[in-house]
Design a binder for this molecule. Structure first.
Ligand code: KG4
Ligand code: ZN
Length: 334
């Protein structure tokens, strides 16, 4: 629950990781079932933590897309029912706009135009943000999203889902210059991304190194603790992880800097799960001239507070959704 677009009164996140870890990734049917199970207690808890009653609410914000249809349907149906029963206006929010907004919550001083890089398990998108709520797409991934590339490479090497945080924590133990990855050449829009080549290069590397046994050993370790993982991850693999992380970070930064220059951006906003990445945050700090902004960690990965905060300007403009609101799995921001 939020007070306005920058003040959070409560933030409750129900993690489904335990369910998906067993399958090495998100299983859509299980995701919607878990949403169904969690939605009523999570909303109740958010209201309790904020010390609020229904009559205190000016609006109910809900993610209308993009995302998995089953999960979106649970949220939209519940929000519509609440809105109807309690006579509270409904506001539809784009999930990606929520991620961008997560950065404004703790950095209200951001100046425009800004360049927004949204990097998550489903997105690697660059937007020009002329002001809050006015976005123009500049480039996006043509295949895997950056987080997806992390997760796929981790899975390939026998690490648990989600692999991003684990690779990030292991990368400092390796030599980032050990393995060379060729940068993809983009025909057409050179602000687009491609990460599938990196994944294929890692697959080729595992074949050359003949490390099936190492991977099997790691797969048997049901732990995400760094000490446990270091015991089953030799130097050559740590070097590969460091090199992979370096390649992804350079690709993201290179695109962000080029597009920021193109639009004359004053600031760069980085949002989404991959914005947690320590390597990316560190590399961004080294850039002179441009100010980079990241969300605080608990707002980087998916959460409802960013959706409510992104709804606030819409509340002020009176942009409400009707009872005919439908979820859109492929909803685009700009
Ligand atoms: O935004 P998010 O919670 O969900 C989506 O909308 O996708 O992002 C999840 C993604 C996963 O792919 C996860 O591996 C990645 O973010 N991620 C990271 C890190 N923390 C989460 N990737 C790299 N480094 C991290 N520290
Ligand atoms: Zn997300």
């Amino acid at each position: 629950m939020v007070e306005n677009s920058t003040q959070i009164r409560s933030s409750v996140v129900a993690s489904q990781l335990d369910v998906h870890v067993r399958y090495g990734g998100v299983v859509p049917e299980l995701a919607s079932r878990e949403h169904l199970r969690a939605i009523v207690p999570v909303v109740r808890q958010a209201m309790e933590q904020a010390g609020a009653t229904w009559s205190d609410l000016s609006a109910i914000a809900v993610t209308a897309g993009p995302g998995l249809i089953g999960s979106l349907l649970v949220g939209v149906t519940y929000a519509k029912a609440l809105s109807f029963a309690r006579k509270i206006p409904l506001i539809a929010v784009n999930h990606v706009e929520g991620h961008v907004h997560s950065v404004f919550i703790d950095n209200p001083e951001i100046t425009f135009p800004a360049l927004a890089l949204v990097v998550s398990g489903g997105h690697t998108h660059l937007f020009e943000a002329k002001e809050i709520g006015a976005y123009r797409l500049l480039g996006k991934t043509r295949d895997d999203a950056a987080g997806e590339a992390y997760d796929k490479v981790a899975k390939l090497l026998g690490f648990q889902y989600p692999g991003g945080p684990m690779i990030d924590r292991l990368a400092p133990y390796g030599n980032k210059k050990a393995v060379k990855f060729t940068r993809p050449k983009m025909k057409g829009n050179d602000l687009d991304f491609s990460f599938s080549g990196l994944k294929t290069a890692v697959l080729r590397w595992t074949e050359q190194q003949d490390i099936a046994e190492e991977i099997a050993t790691r797969r048997a370790v049901k732990s995400s603790s760094i000490e446990d993982l270091l015991k089953v991850t030799p130097q050559r693999t740590l070097d590969l992880l460091a090199s992979f992380q370096h390649a992804v970070v350079q690709e993201l930064l290179n695109h962000a800097l080029r597009s920021a220059e193109q639009i004359g951006a004053e600031s760069v906003i980085v949002a989404g799960g991959v914005a947690c990445n320590a390597g990316l945050r560190e590399a961004a700090k080294q850039q002179n001239g441009l100010q980079f902004y990241f969300p605080t960690f608990h707002l980087s990965t998916d959460n409802a507070a960013m959706i409510a905060a992104a709804a606030f300007p819409k509340l002020q403009r009176g942009e409400f959704a009707g009872t005919d609101l439908r979820p859109h799995p492929g909803l685009v921001l700009a």
